[in-house]
Design a protein around this ligand. Structure first.
Ligand code: GLA
Length: 398
Protein backbone atom coordinates (compact mmCIF):
# COMPACT_ATOMS: atom_id res chain seq x y z
CA UNK A 1 0.00 0.00 0.00
CA UNK A 2 2.74 2.44 1.03
CA UNK A 3 4.65 1.71 -2.14
CA UNK A 4 1.56 2.35 -4.22
CA UNK A 5 0.90 5.67 -2.46
CA UNK A 6 4.48 6.80 -2.95
CA UNK A 7 4.30 5.89 -6.61
CA UNK A 8 1.02 7.75 -6.99
CA UNK A 9 2.54 10.79 -5.35
CA UNK A 10 5.58 10.62 -7.64
CA UNK A 11 3.35 10.46 -10.71
CA UNK A 12 1.33 13.44 -9.45
CA UNK A 13 4.49 15.46 -8.80
CA UNK A 14 5.78 14.60 -12.26
CA UNK A 15 2.51 15.70 -13.86
CA UNK A 16 2.54 18.91 -11.84
CA UNK A 17 6.13 19.66 -12.80
CA UNK A 18 5.41 18.98 -16.47
CA UNK A 19 2.35 21.19 -16.56
CA UNK A 20 4.04 24.09 -14.78
CA UNK A 21 7.05 23.73 -17.08
CA UNK A 22 4.68 23.93 -20.04
CA UNK A 23 2.95 26.99 -18.63
CA UNK A 24 6.31 28.66 -18.04
CA UNK A 25 7.42 27.80 -21.56
CA UNK A 26 4.25 29.34 -22.98
CA UNK A 27 4.90 32.52 -21.03
CA UNK A 28 8.51 32.84 -22.10
CA UNK A 29 7.69 32.43 -25.77
CA UNK A 30 8.69 35.72 -27.45
CA UNK A 31 10.20 37.30 -24.33
CA UNK A 32 12.24 39.19 -26.93
CA UNK A 33 11.10 39.83 -30.53
CA UNK A 34 11.10 36.50 -32.42
CA UNK A 35 13.99 35.97 -34.83
CA UNK A 36 14.08 33.64 -37.78
CA UNK A 37 13.35 33.33 -41.47
CA UNK A 38 10.14 33.12 -43.52
CA UNK A 39 9.61 31.80 -47.03
CA UNK A 40 7.19 34.42 -48.38
CA UNK A 41 9.30 37.45 -49.28
CA UNK A 42 11.58 35.53 -51.63
CA UNK A 43 9.98 32.17 -52.52
CA UNK A 44 6.29 33.16 -52.23
CA UNK A 45 4.11 30.38 -53.71
CA UNK A 46 7.08 28.39 -55.02
CA UNK A 47 8.47 27.29 -51.64
CA UNK A 48 9.17 23.54 -51.26
CA UNK A 49 10.37 21.10 -48.62
CA UNK A 50 13.84 21.31 -50.19
CA UNK A 51 13.94 25.12 -49.86
CA UNK A 52 13.13 24.78 -46.15
CA UNK A 53 15.81 22.11 -45.63
CA UNK A 54 18.39 24.16 -47.56
CA UNK A 55 17.46 27.21 -45.50
CA UNK A 56 17.81 25.24 -42.26
CA UNK A 57 21.28 24.04 -43.35
CA UNK A 58 22.30 27.57 -44.28
CA UNK A 59 20.97 29.16 -41.10
CA UNK A 60 23.46 26.92 -39.33
CA UNK A 61 26.45 27.18 -41.71
CA UNK A 62 26.23 30.98 -42.15
CA UNK A 63 26.09 31.54 -38.39
CA UNK A 64 22.59 32.99 -38.54
CA UNK A 65 21.17 30.44 -36.12
CA UNK A 66 23.83 31.28 -33.57
CA UNK A 67 23.14 34.98 -34.12
CA UNK A 68 19.55 34.28 -33.01
CA UNK A 69 17.61 33.43 -36.19
CA UNK A 70 16.01 30.20 -34.94
CA UNK A 71 12.51 30.04 -36.44
CA UNK A 72 12.20 28.64 -39.96
CA UNK A 73 8.71 29.65 -41.03
CA UNK A 74 6.80 28.15 -43.94
CA UNK A 75 4.35 30.75 -45.21
CA UNK A 76 1.34 30.20 -47.46
CA UNK A 77 1.05 27.42 -50.11
CA UNK A 78 2.09 24.34 -48.09
CA UNK A 79 -1.55 23.28 -47.59
CA UNK A 80 -3.19 20.26 -49.23
CA UNK A 81 -6.68 18.81 -48.90
CA UNK A 82 -8.30 17.47 -45.73
CA UNK A 83 -8.59 13.71 -45.30
CA UNK A 84 -11.89 11.92 -44.53
CA UNK A 85 -11.60 12.82 -40.84
CA UNK A 86 -11.01 16.49 -41.68
CA UNK A 87 -7.32 16.41 -40.85
CA UNK A 88 -5.30 18.86 -42.95
CA UNK A 89 -2.64 17.34 -45.23
CA UNK A 90 0.38 19.08 -46.68
CA UNK A 91 0.48 19.23 -50.49
CA UNK A 92 2.96 17.55 -52.83
CA UNK A 93 5.57 20.30 -52.30
CA UNK A 94 5.80 19.12 -48.66
CA UNK A 95 5.65 15.29 -48.73
CA UNK A 96 6.10 14.77 -44.97
CA UNK A 97 5.68 17.67 -42.57
CA UNK A 98 6.60 15.65 -39.47
CA UNK A 99 9.85 14.51 -41.09
CA UNK A 100 10.58 18.10 -42.09
CA UNK A 101 9.96 19.30 -38.54
CA UNK A 102 12.28 16.57 -37.21
CA UNK A 103 14.96 17.68 -39.66
CA UNK A 104 14.62 21.35 -38.72
CA UNK A 105 14.69 20.47 -35.00
CA UNK A 106 17.77 18.29 -35.48
CA UNK A 107 19.58 21.47 -36.57
CA UNK A 108 18.72 23.28 -33.36
CA UNK A 109 16.04 25.31 -35.12
CA UNK A 110 12.26 25.65 -34.77
CA UNK A 111 9.58 25.28 -37.41
CA UNK A 112 6.78 27.74 -38.16
CA UNK A 113 3.67 27.34 -40.25
CA UNK A 114 0.87 29.46 -41.68
CA UNK A 115 -2.93 29.41 -41.85
CA UNK A 116 -6.00 31.64 -41.88
CA UNK A 117 -9.19 31.82 -39.77
CA UNK A 118 -11.07 31.90 -43.10
CA UNK A 119 -12.01 29.01 -45.36
CA UNK A 120 -9.08 29.81 -47.66
CA UNK A 121 -5.68 31.39 -47.20
CA UNK A 122 -4.67 34.53 -49.07
CA UNK A 123 -3.21 32.34 -51.86
CA UNK A 124 -6.52 30.40 -51.87
CA UNK A 125 -5.28 27.22 -50.20
CA UNK A 126 -7.19 25.27 -47.54
CA UNK A 127 -7.45 27.18 -44.22
CA UNK A 128 -8.72 26.62 -40.70
CA UNK A 129 -12.35 27.83 -40.56
CA UNK A 130 -14.31 25.24 -38.57
CA UNK A 131 -11.18 23.13 -38.00
CA UNK A 132 -9.30 25.29 -35.51
CA UNK A 133 -8.75 22.70 -32.76
CA UNK A 134 -8.01 19.95 -35.22
CA UNK A 135 -5.46 22.08 -37.07
CA UNK A 136 -3.74 23.26 -33.89
CA UNK A 137 -3.47 19.62 -32.79
CA UNK A 138 -2.09 18.58 -36.19
CA UNK A 139 0.53 21.33 -35.97
CA UNK A 140 1.43 20.18 -32.45
CA UNK A 141 1.68 16.55 -33.65
CA UNK A 142 4.02 17.61 -36.43
CA UNK A 143 6.15 19.61 -33.97
CA UNK A 144 5.29 23.12 -35.07
CA UNK A 145 6.63 25.96 -32.90
CA UNK A 146 5.15 29.09 -34.51
CA UNK A 147 1.86 29.93 -36.25
CA UNK A 148 1.24 32.93 -38.49
CA UNK A 149 -2.54 33.33 -38.72
CA UNK A 150 -3.54 35.53 -41.63
CA UNK A 151 -7.02 37.07 -41.84
CA UNK A 152 -7.44 36.67 -45.63
CA UNK A 153 -10.86 35.23 -46.52
CA UNK A 154 -12.21 35.54 -42.99
CA UNK A 155 -13.08 39.06 -44.15
CA UNK A 156 -15.85 37.46 -46.23
CA UNK A 157 -17.26 35.78 -43.11
CA UNK A 158 -17.17 39.11 -41.27
CA UNK A 159 -18.90 40.87 -44.15
CA UNK A 160 -21.56 38.16 -44.46
CA UNK A 161 -22.29 37.84 -40.75
CA UNK A 162 -22.23 41.54 -39.94
CA UNK A 163 -22.76 43.51 -43.13
CA UNK A 164 -21.73 47.15 -42.80
CA UNK A 165 -21.24 46.87 -39.04
CA UNK A 166 -17.56 47.55 -38.31
CA UNK A 167 -17.94 47.04 -34.54
CA UNK A 168 -19.57 43.62 -34.95
CA UNK A 169 -17.01 42.68 -37.61
CA UNK A 170 -14.21 43.61 -35.25
CA UNK A 171 -15.76 41.42 -32.57
CA UNK A 172 -15.92 38.48 -34.98
CA UNK A 173 -12.30 38.99 -35.94
CA UNK A 174 -11.15 39.07 -32.32
CA UNK A 175 -13.17 35.96 -31.57
CA UNK A 176 -11.58 34.14 -34.51
CA UNK A 177 -8.09 35.01 -33.27
CA UNK A 178 -8.98 34.08 -29.69
CA UNK A 179 -10.38 30.76 -30.89
CA UNK A 180 -7.11 29.70 -32.48
CA UNK A 181 -5.22 30.92 -29.42
CA UNK A 182 -7.33 28.68 -27.21
CA UNK A 183 -6.84 25.79 -29.63
CA UNK A 184 -3.06 26.22 -29.39
CA UNK A 185 -3.19 26.42 -25.59
CA UNK A 186 -5.20 23.20 -25.56
CA UNK A 187 -2.43 21.33 -27.39
CA UNK A 188 -0.07 22.25 -24.53
CA UNK A 189 2.70 22.81 -27.06
CA UNK A 190 4.26 26.29 -26.80
CA UNK A 191 3.87 28.09 -30.14
CA UNK A 192 4.60 31.68 -31.02
CA UNK A 193 1.28 33.14 -32.18
CA UNK A 194 1.64 35.70 -34.96
CA UNK A 195 -1.40 37.72 -36.04
CA UNK A 196 -1.58 39.00 -39.58
CA UNK A 197 -4.52 41.31 -40.28
CA UNK A 198 -2.57 44.25 -41.66
CA UNK A 199 -2.91 46.46 -38.57
CA UNK A 200 -6.66 46.92 -38.82
CA UNK A 201 -8.77 48.24 -35.95
CA UNK A 202 -5.67 49.23 -33.94
CA UNK A 203 -4.70 45.61 -33.36
CA UNK A 204 -1.90 46.77 -31.04
CA UNK A 205 -4.58 47.71 -28.49
CA UNK A 206 -6.20 44.26 -28.35
CA UNK A 207 -3.58 41.85 -29.74
CA UNK A 208 -2.37 40.75 -26.27
CA UNK A 209 -5.94 39.98 -25.16
CA UNK A 210 -6.31 37.34 -27.88
CA UNK A 211 -2.97 35.72 -27.01
CA UNK A 212 -0.87 37.30 -29.76
CA UNK A 213 2.91 37.33 -29.40
CA UNK A 214 3.16 39.62 -32.39
CA UNK A 215 0.79 41.36 -34.75
CA UNK A 216 1.36 42.88 -38.15
CA UNK A 217 0.88 46.64 -38.01
CA UNK A 218 0.68 47.27 -41.77
CA UNK A 219 -0.05 45.82 -45.18
CA UNK A 220 2.61 43.85 -47.01
CA UNK A 221 6.18 45.04 -47.30
CA UNK A 222 7.99 44.83 -50.64
CA UNK A 223 11.66 44.98 -51.52
CA UNK A 224 11.94 48.64 -52.33
CA UNK A 225 13.02 51.63 -50.28
CA UNK A 226 9.79 53.62 -50.54
CA UNK A 227 7.57 50.83 -49.20
CA UNK A 228 10.02 49.65 -46.56
CA UNK A 229 10.74 53.15 -45.22
CA UNK A 230 7.07 54.15 -45.31
CA UNK A 231 6.22 51.13 -43.17
CA UNK A 232 9.12 51.73 -40.78
CA UNK A 233 8.36 55.43 -40.29
CA UNK A 234 4.65 54.76 -39.79
CA UNK A 235 5.49 52.86 -36.61
CA UNK A 236 6.02 56.14 -34.75
CA UNK A 237 3.71 56.25 -31.75
CA UNK A 238 3.27 52.50 -31.42
CA UNK A 239 6.10 52.00 -28.92
CA UNK A 240 3.83 51.89 -25.89
CA UNK A 241 2.04 48.81 -27.20
CA UNK A 242 5.11 46.58 -27.38
CA UNK A 243 6.47 44.65 -24.40
CA UNK A 244 8.14 41.33 -23.63
CA UNK A 245 5.78 38.62 -24.87
CA UNK A 246 3.99 40.74 -27.48
CA UNK A 247 5.40 42.91 -30.25
CA UNK A 248 4.44 45.21 -33.09
CA UNK A 249 5.35 43.52 -36.38
CA UNK A 250 6.07 45.86 -39.30
CA UNK A 251 6.42 42.75 -41.52
CA UNK A 252 9.32 40.50 -42.44
CA UNK A 253 12.73 41.71 -43.55
CA UNK A 254 13.55 42.39 -47.19
CA UNK A 255 17.28 42.81 -46.44
CA UNK A 256 19.07 41.17 -49.38
CA UNK A 257 16.00 41.17 -51.62
CA UNK A 258 15.13 43.24 -54.66
CA UNK A 259 17.38 46.14 -55.54
CA UNK A 260 17.85 47.58 -52.06
CA UNK A 261 21.26 49.29 -51.97
CA UNK A 262 23.80 48.80 -49.18
CA UNK A 263 22.64 51.97 -47.41
CA UNK A 264 18.98 51.00 -47.84
CA UNK A 265 19.64 47.58 -46.31
CA UNK A 266 21.40 49.28 -43.37
CA UNK A 267 18.43 51.62 -42.94
CA UNK A 268 16.03 48.65 -43.04
CA UNK A 269 17.94 46.62 -40.44
CA UNK A 270 18.43 49.71 -38.24
CA UNK A 271 14.76 50.74 -38.36
CA UNK A 272 13.61 47.24 -37.45
CA UNK A 273 16.16 46.98 -34.61
CA UNK A 274 15.11 50.37 -33.24
CA UNK A 275 11.47 49.22 -33.42
CA UNK A 276 12.15 46.03 -31.43
CA UNK A 277 10.56 44.39 -34.45
CA UNK A 278 10.59 40.65 -35.00
CA UNK A 279 13.66 39.96 -37.16
CA UNK A 280 12.33 37.46 -39.66
CA UNK A 281 14.73 37.38 -42.59
CA UNK A 282 13.13 36.89 -45.99
CA UNK A 283 16.05 36.50 -48.37
CA UNK A 284 17.29 33.51 -50.35
CA UNK A 285 20.08 32.16 -48.16
CA UNK A 286 21.53 30.05 -51.00
CA UNK A 287 22.54 33.34 -52.65
CA UNK A 288 23.35 35.46 -49.59
CA UNK A 289 26.45 37.63 -50.09
CA UNK A 290 28.90 38.24 -47.22
CA UNK A 291 27.76 41.90 -47.22
CA UNK A 292 24.13 40.91 -46.56
CA UNK A 293 25.19 38.30 -44.00
CA UNK A 294 27.17 40.96 -42.14
CA UNK A 295 24.14 43.27 -41.99
CA UNK A 296 21.75 40.56 -40.81
CA UNK A 297 24.24 39.22 -38.29
CA UNK A 298 25.58 42.48 -36.89
CA UNK A 299 25.82 41.68 -33.19
CA UNK A 300 25.13 45.17 -31.90
CA UNK A 301 22.15 45.79 -34.16
CA UNK A 302 20.70 42.47 -33.03
CA UNK A 303 21.43 43.31 -29.39
CA UNK A 304 19.54 46.60 -29.77
CA UNK A 305 16.54 44.74 -31.21
CA UNK A 306 16.70 41.97 -28.62
CA UNK A 307 17.46 44.16 -25.60
CA UNK A 308 15.88 42.62 -22.50
CA UNK A 309 14.13 45.84 -21.45
CA UNK A 310 11.81 45.23 -24.40
CA UNK A 311 11.15 48.90 -25.10
CA UNK A 312 10.35 49.78 -28.69
CA UNK A 313 12.13 52.88 -29.98
CA UNK A 314 10.34 55.96 -31.28
CA UNK A 315 10.98 59.09 -33.28
CA UNK A 316 12.67 61.78 -31.19
CA UNK A 317 13.06 64.52 -33.77
CA UNK A 318 12.42 65.11 -37.46
CA UNK A 319 13.62 67.90 -39.70
CA UNK A 320 12.97 67.47 -43.39
CA UNK A 321 14.50 64.21 -44.54
CA UNK A 322 16.51 63.73 -41.33
CA UNK A 323 14.92 61.79 -38.49
CA UNK A 324 16.42 60.89 -35.12
CA UNK A 325 15.00 57.82 -33.38
CA UNK A 326 15.79 56.69 -29.85
CA UNK A 327 15.54 53.32 -28.10
CA UNK A 328 16.25 52.95 -24.37
CA UNK A 329 18.27 49.87 -23.43
CA UNK A 330 18.28 47.82 -20.26
CA UNK A 331 21.63 48.96 -18.90
CA UNK A 332 20.74 52.67 -19.18
CA UNK A 333 22.44 53.12 -22.54
CA UNK A 334 20.43 54.40 -25.48
CA UNK A 335 20.48 53.53 -29.14
CA UNK A 336 20.17 56.54 -31.41
CA UNK A 337 19.59 56.24 -35.15
CA UNK A 338 19.98 59.24 -37.43
CA UNK A 339 18.23 58.50 -40.72
CA UNK A 340 18.44 60.36 -43.98
CA UNK A 341 15.29 59.49 -45.89
CA UNK A 342 16.14 62.12 -48.51
CA UNK A 343 17.45 61.83 -52.04
CA UNK A 344 20.83 63.48 -51.43
CA UNK A 345 23.56 63.36 -48.79
CA UNK A 346 22.65 65.01 -45.46
CA UNK A 347 25.32 67.00 -43.62
CA UNK A 348 23.06 67.83 -40.64
CA UNK A 349 23.74 71.54 -40.97
CA UNK A 350 21.86 73.24 -38.16
CA UNK A 351 20.55 69.94 -36.82
CA UNK A 352 21.69 68.94 -33.34
CA UNK A 353 21.57 65.45 -31.87
CA UNK A 354 18.91 66.49 -29.36
CA UNK A 355 20.82 64.82 -26.54
CA UNK A 356 18.84 66.68 -23.90
CA UNK A 357 15.53 65.37 -25.22
CA UNK A 358 17.23 61.98 -25.36
CA UNK A 359 17.71 62.19 -21.59
CA UNK A 360 21.38 63.20 -21.39
CA UNK A 361 22.64 66.27 -19.56
CA UNK A 362 25.91 66.86 -21.42
CA UNK A 363 28.37 64.99 -23.56
CA UNK A 364 28.01 61.27 -24.11
CA UNK A 365 30.26 58.39 -25.10
CA UNK A 366 29.25 57.09 -28.50
CA UNK A 367 29.82 53.91 -30.39
CA UNK A 368 29.07 53.90 -34.11
CA UNK A 369 27.53 50.48 -34.79
CA UNK A 370 27.81 50.20 -38.59
CA UNK A 371 31.26 51.82 -38.68
CA UNK A 372 32.27 49.57 -35.74
CA UNK A 373 34.04 52.57 -34.23
CA UNK A 374 34.34 54.07 -30.78
CA UNK A 375 33.75 57.79 -31.27
CA UNK A 376 34.76 58.80 -27.73
CA UNK A 377 32.86 61.72 -26.16
CA UNK A 378 30.51 63.62 -28.44
CA UNK A 379 28.24 66.62 -27.91
CA UNK A 380 24.95 67.85 -29.26
CA UNK A 381 26.68 69.70 -32.11
CA UNK A 382 28.44 66.59 -33.49
CA UNK A 383 27.82 66.26 -37.19
CA UNK A 384 27.52 63.15 -39.32
CA UNK A 385 27.51 62.89 -43.06
CA UNK A 386 24.66 60.57 -43.92
CA UNK A 387 24.33 59.23 -47.44
CA UNK A 388 21.06 59.26 -49.40
CA UNK A 389 18.70 56.65 -47.86
CA UNK A 390 21.40 55.95 -45.26
CA UNK A 391 21.73 55.93 -41.49
CA UNK A 392 24.15 56.37 -38.61
CA UNK A 393 23.43 54.07 -35.67
CA UNK A 394 24.94 55.04 -32.34
CA UNK A 395 24.92 53.50 -28.90
CA UNK A 396 25.19 56.28 -26.34
CA UNK A 397 26.39 56.08 -22.74
CA UNK A 398 26.36 58.88 -20.13
C1 GLA B 1 -0.74 38.04 -47.01
C2 GLA B 1 0.30 38.30 -45.93
C3 GLA B 1 1.70 37.99 -46.47
C4 GLA B 1 1.75 36.54 -46.93
C5 GLA B 1 0.66 36.28 -47.96
C6 GLA B 1 0.56 34.79 -48.30
O1 GLA B 1 -0.61 38.93 -48.07
O2 GLA B 1 0.23 39.64 -45.49
O3 GLA B 1 2.67 38.22 -45.47
O4 GLA B 1 1.60 35.69 -45.82
O5 GLA B 1 -0.62 36.70 -47.49
O6 GLA B 1 -0.48 34.51 -49.18
Amino acid sequence: MRVRNTMLMAVCLLLLATSSALAAAAQTVAATPPMGWNSWNFFAGKVTDKDIRDTADLLVSTGMRDAGYVYVNIDDTWEGERDASGRIQSNSKFPDMKALADYVHSKGLKLGIYSSPGAKTCARFEASLGHEEQDAQTYADWGIDYLKYDLCSYRTVMQQQAPDDPAAQNKLMRQAYEKMHQAIVKTRRPMVYSLCQYGWDSVWEWGPSVGANLWRTTGDISANFDRMSLIGRSQAGLAKFAAPGHWNDPDMLEVGNGKLTHDENLTHMTLWAMLAAPLIAGNNLTQMTPEIGAILMNKEAIAIDQDALGRQGDRLYAEGPVEIWLKPLKDGRKAMAIFNFGESTAEMRGIGLHLKEAGFSGQVSANDVWAAKDLGRIGDDSKFTIPRHGVVLLVLTK
